[in-house]
Design a protein around this ligand. Sequence first.
Ligand code: FES
Ligand code: FES
Length: 158
Amino acid sequence: MSKHHITTTVNGDPVEFLCESQDTLLDVLRDQLGLTGTKEGCSTGDCGACSITVDDRLVCSCLMLGVEAKDKSISTIEGMARGEELHPLQRKFLEHAALQCGICTPGFLVAAKSLLERSPDPTETEVRYWLAGNLCRCTGYDKIVRAVLDAATEMRGA
Ligand code: FES
Ligand code: FES
């Protein structure tokens, strides 16, 4: 079967790749573009480890095909820090020890960033609701929620 030639934008950079019709965007990101920060947990849309944004919408990259990335604007965890400077969410996750094994962490960070872009001053309930699609087997969630709320406070300049 012939491959599809896809042009798109990833973390602000123009990107092109070849993929089969059935290749997920998660596979393309990890296996073809070398962006292995996006993790594969379940491959069925249940864990959120593969979270990215596509045209500013939070999506599970395991549920999207590579061919659907054509002419989109994709953001992954690799685009979150500015060079050596961590995003406030990344810093707060470290400060609050909001990770253990780290497999879920990129997905939580991408999802939390998406939340704070929509809702800069979320309640704890909003944070927990927004992040309900992201599963963590290690932390018990409280530290993650504290880190997101703390980052929101800092980003508001409060
Ligand atoms: S790997 Fe995509 S939601 Fe779990
Ligand atoms: S830190 Fe291990 S799954 Fe979340």
